[in-house]
Design a protein around this ligand. Sequence first.
Ligand SMILES: [Zn+2]
Length: 143
Amino acid sequence: MLAKLKEHAAAMLLSALAALFVSILSEISREVGPLVLDTLSRSVSPTALLRLLSMCLLTMMIEMSFVIYLILKLKTKLKPRFGMLWDREKNPHCPACQSLLADLGNCAIGSIRFKCLKCNQGIMLVNDKGSIIELDKAKSLLA
Ligand SMILES: [Zn+2]
């Protein structure tokens, strides 16, 4: 749970940094851009200026691609198996709302071992053939 919270915080931080980066870049280009371009156009040839601008744009695109890659990588991906969804840490989630399931453990009613507190629905842990299996066995079968 704490690891998931850290991942979400990291993703939000990266998004905020990307927005801040774009905001600062647009502010700089608006205020300083004309002065720099005027100075550069007098001292540097137009071809060299175009190359410099192209390299800046390419660098910015690579940086933005990296930020997007990190954001997508940090998002939790849930995989369906045994009648529920599983995260990377092998925690069971509700197949309907993707919330983390409560493990009833010894308080399990019949074959219902997990309960979604959001949907208020009991969920059985069953294998591919429909038979009830233990949590440790299910976790060991998760790839
Ligand atoms: Zn649910």
